[in-house]
Design a protein. Structure first.
Length: 409
């Protein structure tokens, strides 16, 4: 039976969601590889799994059907009748081009059942796990001496928001910016193509992962059925936003306007949802650091032009005004992360105090460590459901980052 996949709101009732339970991939980080794999610390696996389970249980307890990326990927491969082709693609995208090494690695992966194989690809495969006998100079000089891994681990996978996002009745399967994350969206491509719940769902493919420009899901907010907000960020380019706009405006999508919001291109604010999220029809969280002292910032409003295929772009500097006009509301509240305090705001933003996941209007899931932001939201009448976060937060992502809604409404 196919899924009803549709997201036309950032805040309506969360019906179904895609998660990834942290696995051995987070333990395959080392101090020497953390930077390249986009981590600032090494999570402790038993505790990060406990915290993630608590997060999943909050979603389930509030009526959401939870699906897991690792299970859907294995099921999709089982239904694909293309297991060899899929394994070869993962090997190719892991930059392994020597035929003898690729064959040994393929044999190793095919010695496992499908779920174990998927878990192993996600966790990473060390050089000493596979019996490699190669005379290749590329292997001896370029790889074996420079890396402990034949296939690098993918520790960012538990941030399911980024590799793909549902926009209305379609999906954007994203070309990720950094090498460490590029293979992640291949799992979503496989699921959409082969999993029976997805391939028969009538899902439109708005964008695929083979495009040259990068968008990541943490930069994309579905404000309503007609309006998107997309961050111009460290990981999403203006050109990519224009490409997506042309596709959506010229297709049978419901979207008629995109607010492209420029944020600082720094790691602490890597995506729009690390500094700005929607939590009710007229309430947003915001990190004050993305605005100038007078509250101004660059917002570009994209709409269809007069002629087919044209995009009209208007520049604004007042985020509140741009939002009110786009959402057709007369008032809104921008709730500052950490209350705007000089110490609390950057500290809680670093630990994703602005990265809230709305599960219905005015009800959000947050990290318990961001108590200043959480108490302030409660003062605005928002119901805040806190989850433990000592280990989850080490990857620099919060509840919104860790969830890819499949259906709302």
């Amino acid at each position: 039976m196919s899924l009803n996949i549709n997201v036309t709101s950032e805040i309506s009732k969360l019906n179904s969601v895609l998660l990834k339970r942290p696995g051995r991939e987070v333990e395959n980080l080392t101090p020497n590889t953390m930077h390249d794999l986009l981590f600032d610390d090494i999570p402790y696996l038993p505790i990060i799994q406990q915290e993630h389970d608590a997060f999943a249980n909050v979603l389930k307890d509030n009526g959401a059907q939870v699906y897991y990326l690792e299970k859907l990927a294995a099921e999709a491969i089982e239904h694909s009748h293309s297991k060899e082709k899929i394994v070869q693609q993962f090997i190719n995208e892991s930059d392994i081009h020597e035929i003898d090494i690729a064959n040994e690695l393929s044999n190793y992966l095919f010695s496992m059942d499908t779920q174990s194989m998927v878990d192993k690809i996600m966790a990473g495969i060390r050089n000493d796990e596979v019996d490699i006998h190669s005379t290749s100079l590329a292997w001896s000089a370029d790889h074996q001496k420079k890396s402990l891994f034949l296939m690098q681990p993918m520790p960012n996978l538990y941030y399911t928001r980024d590799p793909a996002n549902i926009l209305g009745g379609g999906i954007s399967i994203n070309n990720m910016t950094y090498t460490a994350r590029k293979r992640e969206s291949l799992f979503m491509e496989i699921i959409v193509k082969y999993h029976p719940d997805f391939k028969d769902s009538g899902l439109n493919i708005w964008r695929d992962r083979m495009v040259s420009t990068s968008i990541e899901g943490g930069d994309v907010l579905v404000l309503n059925e007609e309006v998107l907000a997309i961050g111009i960020s460290q990981r999403t380019s203006g050109r990519a936003i224009e490409e997506l706009a042309k596709t959506l405006f010229s297709s049978n999508s419901t979207f008629k306007k995109i607010l492209a919001i420029e944020i600082p291109h720094v790691r602490a604010m890597m995506h729009l949802d690390t500094v700005f999220t929607m939590i009710d029809t007229d309430k947003f969280t915001i990190h004050p650091g993305i605005q100038s002292l007078d509250g101004k910032m660059s917002v570009y409003v994209l709409q269809p032009g007069k002629h087919k295929g044209e995009i009209e772009v208007k520049h604004q500097t007042d985020l509140s005004k741009a939002l009110m006009e786009a959402l057709k509301i007369s008032e809104l509240a921008l709730i500052p992360c950490g209350g705007g305090d000089a110490i609390a705001a950057p500290r809680e933003q670093w630990n994703d105090g602005s990265n809230t996941l709305a599960i219905e209007p005015g009800v959000v899931v947050t990290y318990n460590r961001n108590y200043v932001s959480n108490d302030l939201m409660r003062e605005y009448g928002v119901k805040v459901l806190e989850v433990p976060s000592s280990e989850l937060s080490r990857g620099r992502g919060g509840p919104r980052c860790m969830s890819m809604p499949l259906s709302r409404g």
